[in-house]
Design a protein around this ligand. Structure first.
Ligand SMILES: [Zn+2]
Ligand SMILES: [Zn+2]
Length: 353
C-alpha cells in the first residue's frame, strides 16, 4: 500500500441529523476510511450539490440519519490499495469520480453497462459514504485523472453536472440539425446540457421556471429561452425555429412539472429522455400521442467512466466550458442547500472541505 503524505485517522464530515430542511445537515467527525486491496483513498477537494442531494436530505431517497451524502466528487488520490496494479499511475493524481463504483466483473460490467452494476461498492451517499467529507474511497473503475488547469470545483461538476447531459443526449441519438428542448435548463445539469447540445450541432430551446436565468441561458448558446411555457407556446417556438411538426429531442430534467408539455412538443418519432426527477411523481404518458407519433421515451442514469473521460477531453480542448460553480465551505453545506432550493444558483453549487 502506498500513501502520499500523512493521512489523519479522523475527518470532518457533514451528516444527516434526520431528514428534512437544510438544518439537518450537521458537522460530525468520522474515521478516515481505509482503501481495500484494489481501491483508492481520495482526499476530497470539492463536492457538488445535486438536486438528488436535496431529495436525499428531505428523506425521499434511501439516505437516513447519519448518512453522509454527496456524489459529485473531485479530489486527490492520497493512498492506493496493496494490490492495485500500477500504483504510481494514481498516487498523487487529481481525479474526478463517477458517482457509482462498479464491481468490474458482473454481467452488466462485462457488457460495459457499469451504471447498471448492483454488485460493486455502489453509489456515493447511498451505498457508501459520500463526498460531504474530507476523504472518500474510490477505484480506478470510477476515477478519471483531470488536467492541472481544471480547478477543483469544476472537477466536481464533470461527472454529474456535465456528464449526465452528454449521456442523455447520446441516449436520444442527438445530432446536427436536431431541435433539442432542455427542461430545467437553469440548473447544473441543464446549463451544461444546453452547451453540449449546441456542441453536438443541435438547435436548443431552454425551458426554465426562473426568468432570472434567461440571460445566462442565452449566453450559453440557447437559441430560445422560454419561462414556464404552455404546450402551445413551446410548439410555437419550435415551429419558429423551423420544425412545425415539433422537436426531435427533449432532455427532461424536471419530471412532473414539465413532462406533459414536453411530450406534446415532440415531432413524430421524437425522443424524450428522462433524467431529472426534482418533484417525484408518476408522469402522465399520453398513450394515443405516444403511439400515433411513434415517440420514444428513454431513461438515462448517470455518466460512466467513458463518458467522464470524454467530458474531461471536451473541457481540456475548450469545446465545453463548464459554468463557474458557486462555492461554499463544507461546514456551510446547509447554506448551499438553502440557496439551491431557493433557485438562487445558476449552474452548480459546490462545497469544499
Ligand atoms: Zn449529481
Ligand atoms: Zn458490476
Amino acid at each position: 500500500m502506498g500513501a502520499a503524505g500523512t493521512i489523519p485517522t479522523e475527518m470532518r464530515v457533514i451528516e444527516l441529523d434526520g431528514t428534512g430542511g437544510p438544518d439537518v445537515l450537521v458537522p460530525a467527525t468520522r474515521p478516515v476510511p481505509r482503501p481495500a486491496a484494489s481501491q483508492l483513498l481520495v482526499r476530497v477537494t470539492a463536492c457538488g450539490v445535486c438536486g438528488h442531494d436535496l431529495l436525499a436530505r428531505r428523506g425521499v431517497l434511501s439516505a437516513a440519519r447519519g448518512s453522509v451524502i454527496g456524489h459529485e466528487i473531485a479530489g486527490e488520490v492520497v493512498e492506493v490499495g496493496a494490490e492495485l496494479p500500477e500504483p504510481a499511475a494514481w498516487l498523487g493524481r487529481r481525479v474526478a469520480l463517477v458517482q457509482r463504483i462498479p464491481c468490474g466483473d458482473c454481467p452488466e460490467c462485462t457488457a460495459q453497462l457499469t451504471t447498471l452494476c448492483r454488485v460493486g461498492p455502489g453509489f456515493y451517499g447511498e451505498d457508501l459514504p459520500g463526498g460531504y467529507a474530507e476523504y472518500v474511497l474510490a477505484s480506478p473503475l470510477n476515477a478519471v485523472p483531470i488536467p492541472e488547469d481544471v480547478d477543483d470545483a469544476t472537477g466536481a461538476m464533470l461527472s454529474c453536472a456535465v456528464g449526465t447531459g452528454l449521456r442523455a443526449l447520446r441516449r436520444a441519438g442527438t445530432g446536427p440539425g436536431d431541435i433539442v428542448i432542455v427542461t430545467g435548463a437553469g440548473g447544473g445539469v441543464g446549463v451544461h446540457s444546453v452547451a453540449l447540445a449546441k456542441h453536438l450541432g443541435a438547435t436548443v430551446v431552454a425551458v426554465t421556471s426562473s426568468a432570472a436565468k434567461e440571460e445566462a441561458l442565452l449566453r450559453l448558446g440557447a437559441d430560445a429561452v422560454l419561462v414556464s411555457p404552455n404546450a402551445r407556446a413551446l410548439r410555437g417556438c419550435v415551429s419558429d425555429l423551423g420544425k412545425p411538426r415539433g422537436a426531435d429531442v427533449v432532455v427532461e430534467l424536471t419530471g412532473g412539472p414539465t413532462f406533459p408539455v414536453a411530450l406534446r412538443s415532440l415531432a413524430p418519432r421524437g425522443r424524450l429522455v428522462l433524467v431529472g426527477n426534482t418533484e417525484p411523481a408518476a408522469l402522465p404518458l399520453h398513450p394515443g400521442l405516444t403511439i400515433l407519433k411513434e415517440l420514444c421515451v428513454y431513461g438515462s442514469a448517470h455518466a460512466d467512466r467513458g463518458d467522464l473521460a470524454e467530458i474531461v477531453d471536451l473541457v481540456e480542448s475548450g469545446a465545453i466550458t463548464p459554468v463557474p460553480a458557486r462555492v461554499w465551505p463544507l461546514h456551510e453545506a446547509a447554506l448551499a442547500h438553502d440557496a439551491v432550493e431557493r433557485r438562487q444558483v445558476t449552474g452548480r453549487a459546490v462545497i469544499v472541505p
